[in-house]
Design a protein around this ligand. Structure first.
Ligand code: GDP
Ligand code: MN
Length: 381
């Protein structure tokens, strides 16, 4: 579960991580009052679960009440990369002398938390050169020790006078990461103010969904209206769905098969739009639910349905697909690869239906090549 910036900052504050004082507002009038209480200048920040808000015009400085109200008016309702802004966080503005990057992530391959620090903050971390990011794996049984913080600070070559406070900040972020069962705690930027105070200016916290049972306060922070519209729709319909940013919709039965389908499509030169596991789902209503989620993403230009029949029978899946096509309007091509139990029968059913959108395929490679080709044909010139 991804938290909004202000929710992350509330958690930080509980673990002693310094954050600027702020208030939440859902209307321009509330933003004005919040700003007056805080004192000027303030920063009005869009609360959406996506980075790059600054560049998108979702973060604005206000020097008086009128400006705060006007900025909130402009930002509320704004669309930031597909997400609508419903709330703004009004925060006392910070005087920034330096911007760093700090994060704690769970590194699955090392099976350990990984702490990162870079002097190149404020920009997207993907754009920062590898060697400019200091990294340290933490043994979870030993924990994060003070010298770990200093070592990272030296390695990242941050200003010498803040090595100790930044090291201490990393220890607190690690403490928050563990205490809140997080998978990610990212602070970009971590700033040094003009008075050389170290403060978290942004907060990105992802909490392990499996831990929400013992983090009831965090579970209550879930805010469906700010989630990605497709992911929200998927959750409501009980579909396992992860949005990616390509144009080929992927559907399969079984997480492992879907994962390998993503790889094969990428290998064929396509970019997957999502991960969608229909499980054993062969019933028309399950396929309708999955296709509706998938097709509500306007970027999807073609769909690959990859089914390996085991207990799930391919003929049932074929019938389910046909019934689904009767119920919803599908304008993009759908490549269907059926293999396994009753696959011949399934392909025969699809071929006889003679639906213009359907393209049966036998092997995964054949299906991937075809779907990539069709997605490009359909693309506007
Ligand atoms: P993001 O664009 O979604 O990552 O949002 P951030 O909270 O990281 O803000 C983006 C940038 O806006 C920061 O890197 C700062 O340069 C700037 N910014 C945000 N808050 C303040 C502030 O209080 N004072 C100043 N001077 N700049 C700020
Ligand atoms: Mn940021």
């Amino acid at each position: 579960m991804d938290l909004l910036e202000y929710q992350g900052k509330q958690l930080f504050a509980r673990r002693g991580v310094p954050v600027p004082e702020g208030r939440l507002a859902t209307s321009p009038d509330e933003a004005r009052k919040a700003a007056e209480e805080l004192g000027f200048p303030v920063v009005v920040k869009a609360q959406v679960q996506i980075g790059g808000r600054g560049k998108a015009g979702g973060i604005k400085l206000a020097n008086d009440a009128g400006e705060a109200e006007a900025h909130a008016e402009a930002i509320l309702g704004m669309d930031i990369r597909g997400l609508t802004v419903h709330e703004v966080w009004v925060e006392r503005a910070s005087d920034i002398a330096a911007e760093y990057y700090a994060a704690v992530v769970f590194d699955r391959s090392a099976k350990k938390p990984l702490v990162m620090l870079s002097a190149a903050g404020g920009m997207e971390i993907e754009e920062v050169a590898e060697e400019k990011i200091a990294r340290l794996h933490v043994d979870p049984l030993v924990g994060f020790l003070p010298f770990h913080g200093r070592r990272l600070a030296f390695e990242a070559a941050i200003d010498a006078d803040v090595v100790r406070p930044v090291g201490a900040m990393l220890a607190k972020l690690y403490d928050a990461f563990i205490g809140f069962d997080a998978m990610l705690v990212e602070v970009n930027p971590l700033i040094v103010t003009g008075d050389r105070e170290v403060t978290a200016l942004d907060a990105k916290v992802t909490v392990d969904d499996n831990a929400l049972g013992r983090q009831p306060e965090i579970a209550e922070m879930r805010n469906p209206s700010t989630e990605d519209p497709q992911e929200q729709m998927a959750k409501e319909r009980g579909v396992t769905y992860v949005k990616l940013d390509g144009e080929i919709g992927i559907l399969g039965n079984g997480a492992g098969l879907v994962m390998s389908t993503l790889d094969v499509v990428a290998q064929a030169g396509g970019r997957p739009a999502n991960f969608l596991d229909v499980g054993g789902g062969a019933k028309a209503e399950e396929i309708v639910a999955a296709l509706e989620v998938l097709l509500s993403d306007e970027k999807v230009k073609a769909v690959l349905f990859n089914i390996f029949g085991g207990i799930t029978r391919c003929d049932e899946v074929a019938n389910g697909i046909l019934q689904a096509l009767d119920q919803i309007d599908v304008s993009v091509p759908i490549v269907v690869r059926l293999d396994g139990t009753n696959d011949e029968e399934g392909r025969r059913i699809l071929a006889e239906a003679d639906a213009a959108q359907l393209h049966p395929a036998k092997t995964m490679l054949e299906a991937a090549d075809l779907v990539v080709k069709l997605s490009k044909e359909g693309a506007p010139a």
